[in-house]
Design a protein. Structure first.
Length: 308
């Protein structure tokens, strides 16, 4: 059974339909059907639209449904206008990125002035505002390297690559930091990756070349698995490329005493053994004859820097 509020609503609907017939909003041909609808609504909700007592009890006049609907539309429009400022965050995000860019520019100026700590602080502020900008991390990596914080520089360079894998300068910063840490293989790999993106980067090419030279210099001549012994580890390739050594050898070979010594078959055999197996030097020098022969060579050779 309909309650009082529902009856008032049904009464207001019937009143609206009746007024629509009177005003001509509903065509005369349709009026009869609407009047039947009014009767059906009245029966369904237990009201009699023509009863004067019920009109007093259930009528919403002086208000009516059109006026109530107008109020609803006005309220809806006001709500939509209040919701419009929700688009503001997009504008705010643009402002935040612009501020972050300003901080980066300020950091660059501090770098140029060699105020590296201030530059690091400014880049950090920029990152707080925009954590997805690879340039900010790369620039801070450069600043960290200037104050010898190479581990932090590597971390920032890696983060820059994560944010933007195509940002070649981050690989350059990474390679330089690794090189300063003595991690030449990592420096080489970083520079190789960066040069794929920026083949014309001279700084990265220089770091790569320096790292390769360090790696080549650190490569052991003999297997590192074997324990070193006396006479081991002679790097004949390096000796032969050393101009000082070659000058000394030339002077020795021009000495008649050395030439005579070199014609001795025993000495020739000793030299061949040492060239093929540096470890054999210890056994050879334990032979008194060979030791005396070597001593004669040193005494007769007048090596550069020695008194004749």
């Amino acid at each position: 059974m309909a309650d009082h509020k529902q009856k008032r609503l049904a009464f207001a609907i019937c009143d609206y339909l009746q007024e629509s017939i009177k005003s001509g909003t509903i065509k005369q041909d349709d009026a009869e059907g609407v009047e039947v609808a009014i009767q059906c609504i009245g029966e369904a909700f237990g009201i009699d639209f023509n009863d004067s007592d019920q009109k007093t009890q259930f009528s919403i006049k002086p208000a009516n449904l059109p006026k109530i609907f107008d109020v609803f539309l006005a309220t809806q429009k006001a709500s939509q206008q209040k919701a419009a400022p929700s688009a503001a965050p997009a504008v705010k995000a643009v402002d935040v990125k612009a501020k972050a860019e300003e901080l980066k520019v300020a950091g660059n100026k501090e770098m140029a002035a060699k105020k590296y700590a201030d530059a690091i602080d400014l880049y950090s502020q920029a990152i707080e505002l925009d954590a997805e900008n690879a340039v900010f991390y790369s620039n801070r990596a450069a600043a960290y390297s200037q104050v010898s914080k190479f581990e932090e520089a590597v971390a920032d360079a890696k983060r820059a690559v994560e944010v933007d894998p195509g940002y070649g300068k981050a690989y350059s910063r990474m390679g330089q930091a690794y090189f300063c840490l003595g991690k030449y293989r990592e420096a080489k790999e970083a520079c190789e990756e960066g040069l794929k993106l920026d083949p014309a980067n001279a700084s990265m090419q220089q770091t790569l070349t320096a790292a390769e030279q360090k790696l080549n210099a650190d490569t052991p001549v003999r297997s590192t698995g074997a324990a070193p012994r006396s006479g081991a580890g002679l790097d004949f390739a390096s000796m032969m490329s050393n101009p000082n050594f070659m000058q000394m050898a030339s002077q020795m070979m021009s000495n008649p005493a050395i030439s005579q010594m070199m014609s001795n078959p025993a000495f020739t055999q000793m030299a061949q053994q040492v060239m093929s197996n540096p470890d054999a030097l210890q056994n050879i020098m334990s032979d008194p004859n060979m030791a005396r022969m070597a001593g004669d060579m040193m005494d007769g050779g007048n090596l550069p820097g020695q008194e004749p």
